[in-house]
Design a protein around this ligand. Structure first.
Ligand code: ATP
Length: 385
């Protein structure tokens, strides 16, 4: 195939057809020996999206990114960019650039030379390189450090050089593999904001790989959750958390209480689930039809309210449809919230997360106290097992 016909220019219009995805991953698979790292994965990404691939270690995130960058060849499937198959396009000719987890800066080259590297290789004229490098240095706020070598920079500054280098050729898609993993928590948070601001300003498509859920939720407009080479769910951060598509996603994203049980009745838009520990949980009927009678009820800890048995707030609990009693067995103070582990009288354990809205919480529960926990049918989610 003649690759000269493939549009690899960032300056050209992204897609001919409105609303067509910029990037289409079509049933892509990749095996290493007999191990299937990416399993018939399909995904559409729109121009200008900030997309995050989230998943446990070894689920195939980096492999997928490397396939997009052209460093790995898929065994099956196609990748279309702006409607064209990019299989024949060499990595350095793809309008897709990758920022590596370890930054992969050249230690013997200065900041300026690191940023200019890809431009030189692409045959850009010297004056144009100078202008572009200056633009990139300003973009990532590294003015005055152009002559320094990587070992004269802090972790955050190295990250910026790597970012500037990967943006210098103005790729249509920037792939970022764990871009903030090497930074400490505070720097990571401020760099997240800077990346988001940069992405918005440039209007570029970013695909970031991370195993940090908060990072994915903060930065991305959509998240694809990967498990064993497949996408379990692709959704907005809110939908992923509030409406996980499977028990696996519910458990992987955030903390969740799960009660396994059987649907015993179904009326007036409510289901009653008899749980294994002998209780009943009332849930609102999910939008999707529950076809199996064996289900799991998922309820996030912050939706489980609790109070000491017999205390005033218990009045609210006594009216609740889903009301459970038990003993606090563990208290984890996390600053903004406290997580209580409650051993229910039925034998099940439920976690309740309570926001610490006042400095002196005289009502706080301690281990060994008897408590009432309650939650609304609207806050429960029914997931098939
Ligand atoms: P992490 O978050 O730990 O970086 P990941 O989701 O990015 O994990 P990948 O690096 O994509 O995972 O690896 C997916 C699987 O494929 C892993 O089991 C890994 O050991 C295997 N793998 C990756 N590259 C190769 C390779 N070149 N040869 C053999 N196996 C590989």
């Amino acid at each position: 195939m003649d690759t000269r016909n493939i549009d690899v220019s960032a300056q050209h219009a992204d897609v001919a057809v409105a609303d067509a995805p910029l990037l289409r991953i079509e049933a892509v698979s990749k095996k290493f020996g007999s191990f299937l790292a990416v399993d018939r994965l399909s995904l559409d990404i729109k121009a200008g999206e900030f997309f995050a691939l989230l998943g446990p270690s070894g689920c195939g995130k980096t492999t997928l990114l490397r396939i997009l960058a052209g460093f790995e060849t898929p065994d099956e499937g196609r990748i279309l960019l702006g409607g064209s198959d990019i299989a024949p396009v060499l990595p350095h000719e793809r309008p897709v650039n990758m920022m590596f987890q370890n930054y992969a800066l050249f230690p013997h080259l200065s900041v300026r030379e690191n940023i200019a590297f890809g431009l030189k290789r692409a045959g850009m004229a010297r004056a144009a390189i100078d202008t572009r490098v200056a633009e990139m240095v300003a973009l990532v706020k590294l003015e005055g450090m152009e002559k320094r070598k990587p070992d004269q920079l802090s972790g955050g500054q190295k990250q910026r050089v790597a970012l500037a280098r990967s943006l210098a050729r103005r790729p249509r898609v920037l792939l970022l593999d764990e871009p903030l993993a090497a930074l400490d928590k505070k720097l990571r948070e401020s760099t997240q904001q800077e990346l988001m601001e940069l992405q918005r300003r440039l209007g570029m498509t970013f695909i970031v790989v991370t195993h940090d859920q908060e990072e994915a939720m903060t930065m991305a407009s959509r998240i694809g959750v990967m498990n064993a080479g497949r996408l379990e769910q692709v959704a907005t951060p809110r939908d992923l958390y509030e409406a996980p598509a499977s028990r696996w996603v519910a458990e992987f994203v955030g903390d969740v209480n799960l009660f396994d049980g059987d649907v015993t009745s179904h009326e007036h838009f409510r289901l009653v689930v008899a749980t294994r520990d002998g209780g009943n949980i009332v849930v609102v009927e999910p939008r999707q039809v529950v076809t199996k009678s064996q289900v799991s009820v998922a309820i996030r800890p912050e939706k489980v309210k609790m109070s000491r048995r017999g205390s005033t707030p218990d009045a609210a609990g006594s009216q609740a449809i889903n009301r459970l009693e038990g003993v606090v067995t563990d208290v984890s103070y996390l600053g903004g919230s406290t997580v209580y582990k409650i051993q229910l009288d039925t034998g099940a354990v439920v976690r309740s997360s309570v926001a610490n809205t006042t400095r002196l919480d005289t009502d706080a529960c301690s281990a060994g106290q008897r408590v009432v926990a309650w939650f609304s049918p609207d806050d429960c989610l029914v997931l098939e097992r």
